[in-house]
Design a protein around this ligand. Sequence first.
Ligand code: ADP
Ligand code: MG
Length: 351
Amino acid sequence: MKQLPPDTVRLLSSSQVITSVVNVVKELMENSMDAGASSIDVKLENYGLDRIEVRDNGYGIKAADTPVMAVRHFTSKICSHEDLEHLETYGFRGEALGSICAVAEVAVTTKTEEDDISTQYALNFTGKIVSQKPSHLGQGTTVSVLKLFKNLPVRRQYYSTTKKCKEELKKVQDLLMAYAIIKPDLRLMLVHNKVVVWQKAKVADHRSALLATLGPSVAANLLPCHHHQEQPELFLDGFLPKPGADYSSTSSSSSEKTFLFVNNRPVHHKDIMKLLRQHYIAQYPDDSSRNRFPILMLKITVSPSSIDVNLTPDKTQILLHNKEAVLTAVESLLVSLYGCTDPPAEKELGH
Ligand code: ADP
Ligand code: MG
């Protein structure tokens, strides 16, 4: 038996962390939000395969930190696993930038408040700086990712088909929409091949964010709902379809319009999604509603110590310590809105 060479280990583990264009965009946007950005521009060329650029107006990276910014397991967000108990940032593993460097060509341009000018750093396969030069950008950070998966030909090929490219662009837009809804004061823009695909200005609250993201007819049919519970403490804040308002999407590919957040993180949670769908659909006894996914947002806030977000590299799956309590609270919110205590079981929903 032989130990694998370090470069092989790096490529193997990085390609598990960085799996797609949307995954890169998510990691870079989360870094921008963690840096307090109020504006993020996402620019793609050739559906992100040739270039992904994420520019923010956040704090920037201090010159002293730049040598390790993309070295794996270096992070400014936590010091030890105990800090996960009160995690308030999206990132914490110090894994994204380093992993992206292993599967693409990466340059980071950054300027903090203290710096006179910005500096552009070119990074190598291991995340180390190979060259740097002065640049002209304002405060914040811009990360450019070129030739994604250049050293993983099978994966690059997989994402190169027209169908896959379009699906990924749609997923990137859905991702921006999710952050637009949960962070109303964030200005966002998505550009593909120099054409603006989608954008949203800074707005005051979740309702305005839903209006800007989903359009007036959907937003007008969403009702604000709140629920606060002690022991275990949890807050539910949502905009759910008014009873009788049929605002749903018919295909499962549109199910991303059920925007679910736990502690401001967009997540997939099968049991919560199932509950939302069951109670929504129970209003429509006829078969035509059976394949429908409600368009809504639900924001669940629990103590950071009661969730585990480190389940999957992309952090979209979470473990809830008090899952039953959360499900009961969500159910009581749904019952108070739709008045149905006995929704059809999932097996009857055509799934
Ligand atoms: P993590 O987000 O888990 O800390 P990353 O690899 O994504 O790990 O980023 C490494 C570090 O680089 C971050 O901890 C942060 O200090 C810095 N960084 C990355 N992107 C940005 C950004 N857009 N603005 C400011 N700092 C950043
Ligand atoms: Mg990060």
